[in-house]
Design a protein around this ligand. Structure first.
Ligand SMILES: Nc1ncnc2c1ncn2[C@@H]1O[C@H](COP(=O)(O)OP(=O)(O)OP(=O)(O)O)[C@@H](O)[C@H]1O
Length: 333
């Protein structure tokens, strides 16, 4: 895959000041401020392939937004090197912004008191989009996002979901090669989230590369082809979702409903079932068990045979290891 973004040993340090509370402390800080330095991003390297959708994940304060800001060229790196399509985002600004788009879930690019269509026309002028391209792209984007008449109403009267969809049009009218998304589905209902995810998938099929930060694991599972996990400013994982799950071993989750009360011994945080390679991780209402099975140690077939010898059950389901568990384990290190 052709590399479209290369990030080498990227670091960003913020210098900020602290002071105690109250009048005395604020007066003191007027003369002598206490400096604090925060290593928001530490020596991070990765690359993004053309046509990829990369999910940047990490707990609050991990350094995701700082990374996105450096990639979009709105923030200088303290050290390290970023190349996006052969451009340094902070140097060749005018050339660079023609090739990228950005949607920030918590910041709007639309002008609140005028309808989105007027903000779109403003971008048409800024990016020097021809009448033909503008009309074709706008029609396509409006249709894919199901906005139709909404773009003619003042932005301030639109719902959050409608506004977010307009933000996508704003970011994509000039047909950028790369679009940066910082929590684009935050606060949206399930239907609006799905419309936006389907839209991202369709635009990706047409060739747009997306860099996405989110706390919504459904966004990640449905969209991201590759994942980068940042924790405390450092990269702790870089690979596909399958590789991420395999990182924790080859495991399945079995949900079992017993016909009578469970008889299992507690050992630490799990219950001993007496089957090698399987551990009960939760018991509900004394007869509903959640079991984690390490299929490198026991096959599903062997496990079911052993289970049927041990107990009688009325229902069973076999699931993949949930993303929440995988991510929580990685965040906890
Ligand atoms: N302008 C700033 N000045 C000082 N410290 C900052 C500044 N911006 C961010 N930080 C600190 O840098 C660290 C990384 O912040 P960043 O916003 O990149 O995290 P994040 O992963 O995007 O978090 P979240 O998921 O909560 O949005 C945090 O500890 C934050 O407090």
């Amino acid at each position: 895959m052709e590399k479209i973004i290369t990030v080498e040993n990227l670091s960003r340090k913020y210098v900020t000041y602290t002071r105690g509370s109250g009048f005395r402390e604020s007066l003191k800080s007027f003369f002598r401020r206490q400096k604090v330095s925060v290593d928001a991003v530490k020596d991070v390297s990765f690359y993004v392939g053309k046509g990829d959708i990369i999910g940047i994940l990490g707990p609050n304060g991990a350094g995701k937004s700082t990374t996105i800001k450096m990639l979009t060229g709105t923030l200088y790196a303290s050290t390290g090197n970023i190349q996006v399509m052969g451009c340094d985002p902070c140097r060749n600004r005018t050339e660079y912004v023609k090739n990228i788009g950005a949607v920030f879930g918590q910041k709007s690019q639309l002008v609140f008191d005028i309808p989105p269509i007027d903000s779109f026309r403003m971008n048409k002028a800024i990016y020097d989009i021809s009448d033909k391209d503008y009309k074709e792209r706008l029609d396509l984007l409006v249709e894919l996002l199901g906005l139709e008449d909404k773009i003619f109403r003042p932005t301030r009267v639109l719902s959050l979901g409608e506004r977010m969809k307009c933000e996508f049009i704003m970011a994509m009218l000039h047909n950028p090669d790369i679009v940066f998304l910082d929590e684009p589905t935050i606060g949206l209902d399930v239907i609006a989230k799905q419309t936006i995810r389907d839209f991202i998938k369709k635009m990706n099929e047409k060739g747009t590369t997306f860099i996405l930060t989110t706390h919504d694991l459904q966004d990640v599972e449905q969209l991201a082809k590759n994942i980068i996990i940042i924790n405390k400013g450092e990269k702790v994982f870089d690979g596909s979702i399958d590789e991420l799950k395999r990182n924790l071993g080859n495991k399945k989750i079995i949900e079992l409903t017993l016909t009578k009360k469970a008889d299992v011994n507690r050992t630490g945080e799990t219950y001993d079932l007496g089957i090698e390679g399987a551990a009960v991780i939760a018991v509900e209402e004394e007869h509903k068990l959640t079991i984690e099975v390490d299929i490198d140690r026991i096959s599903i077939n062997q496990f079911i045979i052993r289970l049927a010898e041990l107990c009688e059950f009325s229902d069973i389901s076999i699931k993949e290891l949930p993303m929440e568990k995988v991510i929580t384990t990685i965040y906890k290190g």
